[in-house]
Design a protein around this ligand. Structure first.
Ligand code: LCV
Length: 259
């Protein structure tokens, strides 16, 4: 797996996002490598996985690779898009995934981290959920994941402002399990992983799936779903969507016209 490193020791898998020159942006290539690494660890029967970036990373992940956001009228966040696939792969992975986070986390990478089962972060970590800044019509399952794991109040503030939030705000909102001094990050994450690896993998796998099902049971009528999809199409067909991406590459603040 070129863009991620993976290892296993005593039933504990560790996957390191390792494409620093692209700030671990969630390109299709990196997501494919991440999903392959998880599948390999599943086949080896890991009890728990730690997902991390290299020690000392200033950026944990810069989020969706903006170069891969379509500009030809296609939905940028469909069911089969890499970010959606990565989030589902973590959510459905039979063993717990611990996100061990340092540096800044951007956009879809926030949802990927929040899709993990336990989040341990260094005290200077920040999270910025950015679709409103880029003009991207975030999708229903993504928004649901954010509010289920984060809670509506802080998620609305994060989504509407699109600003970096210090991890303390997310710990206070019980979105992140713990923030620790960066020098303790590995020890704390490893200790939790070892505690989990000593428990019943069958029970833990069942508990993880029960919690997933109970926390996301929603009856959305087909008409409502289609109405939201038409709302999303209006966004990704809008000038604002193109403006958000254009402004990103021109390194300037976007000027959204609301159309
Ligand atoms: C491709 C990048 C990226 C990147 N993609 O270094 O959640 S949603 O809906 O918004 C979803 C669609 C999503 O996740 O969108 C992406 C959200 N991500 C962001 O808004 C973060 C954008 N990046 C930044 O704000 C800065 O790059 C940070 C603060 C992460 C790092 O700043 P720094 O000054 O250290 P540069 O900005 O110079 O970036 C280094 C190289 O990485 C590219 C960026 O274009 C630059 O490439 P070049 O050296 O070729 O110019 N890069 C950064 N983020 N998400 N490419």
């Amino acid at each position: 797996m070129g863009l991620v490193d993976s290892k296993i020791s005593n039933g504990i898998g560790t996957i390191t996002l390792n494409n620093p020159k692209k700030l671990n942006s969630l390109s299709k290539e990196l997501i494919d490598d991440l999903c392959s690494a998880l599948e390999e660890l599943r086949q080896q029967g890991v009890r728990v996985v730690i997902l991390r970036a290299p020690a000392g990373s200033k950026v944990f992940s810069a989020g969706h690779d903006v170069h891969e956001l379509p500009l030809d009228g296609r939905d940028p966040l469909t069911y089969t898009d890499p970010l959606r696939l990565a989030v589902r792969t973590v959510e459905h992975f039979r063993a717990p995934v611990i996100a061990m986070v340092e540096g800044s986390v951007w956009g879809g990478a926030c949802e990927l981290v929040l899709s993990c089962d336990i989040i341990i972060a260094a005290e200077d970590t920040t999270f910025a959920i950015t679709p409103a800044k880029l003009g991207v019509p975030y999708n229903l399952s993504g928004v649901q994941n954010l509010i289920v794991t984060g809670g509506t109040p802080i998620c609305k503030e994060m989504l509407f402002t699109a600003q970096p939030f210090p991890v303390k705000r997310l710990v206070d909102a019980e979105v992140v399990n713990r923030s620790v001094p960066v020098e303790q990050l590995e020890t704390v994450a490893q200790s939790i992983a070892e505690q989990i690896s000593r428990n019943s993998p069958l029970v833990i796998s069942l508990l993880k799936e029960e919690i997933r099902l109970l926390s996301t049971s929603h009856n959305l009528s087909p008409e409502t779903f289609e109405r939201v999809q038409s709302m999303r199409r209006q966004v990704y067909d809008s000038d604002d969507y193109r403006e958000g991406i254009k402004a990103f590459f021109e390194r300037r603040p976007p000027v959204f016209q609301g159309k």
